[in-house]
Write a protein that binds this ligand. Structure first.
Ligand code: PHE
Length: 382
């Protein structure tokens, strides 16, 4: 019998010759007539009145199978046309005569075959895509995993540490929050010394402050153990300085202390010469200028011959051929007394140098600020 699918409707609208009509009246629920849009109901109702057209069903199903692009879509189509609740399966269940049974079974078989071949086609396509997309081309250059680099201050710190370790020094890591007692009193700072003022120093309260230099670690070390002492302490120090191209309120120092019998200024000079050559090259020379520090006597400021111009005179060394390297001197007898050591028995020297300054010279970095800005364009250069 002639059948025509209504435009815009699904296969369910197909009217056809009697096959299984009226076989499952129990599916019609009260209140929903043939116009009901609930799919299962519509189907059941249609089947009652207008049994399915196997041919139209098949061609519609074949088109849907052909149109499936993904495995999921194909599965939906399979469920819709071949699933337990599909119109075809329902019709098969209601078949009463041999011919229509054979016809419907043939339709089912053809549709199943179509699904199988579409399934094979989709999996083949997916495999091909996976092979194309996920294949590893071993000839391609690897993905670059960029390693971090050490901060230039850390690099310089390590060079200094190595130089001191080579001399048999012990490396000490000390606290950054200090007390007035250790930062000033034990180091024999006079009561009115300007650095004791909150204008120069970051105080946490009346007693505690951020250390202004690494020198308090001299005291801690001498209090902790008896001489001989050969130690170097490296770390951060804090001063209330304006930020300028050459000054920053946080910076690093390395601080050395030697306490033993019969130590002289010549030992200090030889030690600094060794370290300066490790930092700036074997050609370097060291000279001393007299100076003042509360905890050393005599006090000096060591200069190193300019590593930029090799002492010829340039902008970096302000045309003097020498660069100031920090402070140093022989341990003041008062400091020995403060820590309970006999200044008649013990002698010693101490020195302190800025690590950023050393790194600036080593790497030709004109300013101190980039050390604290964490700009990777700067940091990755080392
Ligand atoms: N602590 C001094 C400073 O920061 C340097 C110094 C260290 C001087 C040890 C003498 C001895 O300027």
């Amino acid at each position: 019998m002639a059948a025509a699918a209504m435009p815009g409707d699904s296969h369910l609208a197909v009217a056809a010759a009697a096959t299984s009509g009226g076989q499952s009246p129990g599916r019609v629920r009260a209140g929903l007539g043939p116009a009901g849009r609930v799919r299962g109901l519509t189907r059941a109702v249609r089947r009652q009145n207008a049994p399915m057209d196997a041919q139209a069903y098949e061609s519609e199903a074949l088109a849907a199978i052909e149109g499936a692009v993904t495995a999921e879509q194909l599965d939906e189509v399979r469920v819709r046309y071949l699933g337990r609740k599909s119109e075809l399966k329902q019709a098969l269940r209601g078949v009463r005569d041999r011919d229509s049974g054979m016809a419907l079974n043939a339709t089912r078989e053809r549709l199943e075959a179509a699904v199988d071949s579409k399934d094979a086609e989709i999996s083949a396509g997916e495999l091909e895509r996976a092979l194309a997309q996920e294949a590893i081309d071993v000839t391609l250059p690897g993905e670059e995993r960029r390693l971090g680099t050490l901060h230039p201050a850390t690099l310089t710190r390590r060079v200094a540490e190595d130089a001191f370790l080579g001399l048999g020094y012990e490396i000490v890591d000390d606290r950054e929050v200090e007390t007035v007692h250790y930062n000033f009193d034990q180091l024999a700072f006079p009561p009115a010394h300007p650095t004791r003022s909150p204008r120069d120093t970051f105080f946490l309260d009346d007693e505690r402050l951020l250390r202004t230099e690494t020198s308090p670690s001299q005291i801690h070390t001498m209090e902790a153990k008896p001489p001989p002492i050969y130690m170097v302490s490296l770390g951060r120090v804090y001063r209330r300085d304006e930020i300028t191209p050459t000054r920053f309120p946080i910076f690093h120092q390395f601080e050395g202390l030697a306490v033993d019998r019969h130590i002289t200024l010549a030992d200090l000079k030889g030690t600094l010469l060794h370290v300066m050559r490790a930092l700036y090259g074997e050609e370097r020379q060291v000279r001393f200028r007299t100076h003042y520090f509360p905890f050393t006597e005599p006090s000096i400021e060591p200069d190193v011959s300019c590593p930029i111009c090799a002492g010829e005179g340039c902008r970096t060394c302000k045309h003097t051929g020498w660069i100031e390297m920090g402070g140093a001197g022989m341990v003041d007898p008062q400091v020995f007394v403060n820590v309970g050591l006999d200044p008649e028995e013990w002698t010693g020297f101490a020195f302190g140098c800025g690590i950023e300054r050393a790194a600036q010279l080593r790497h030709g970095i004109p300013e101190i600020r980039p050390f604290w800005e964490n700009d990777l364009r700067f940091l990755r250069q080392f």
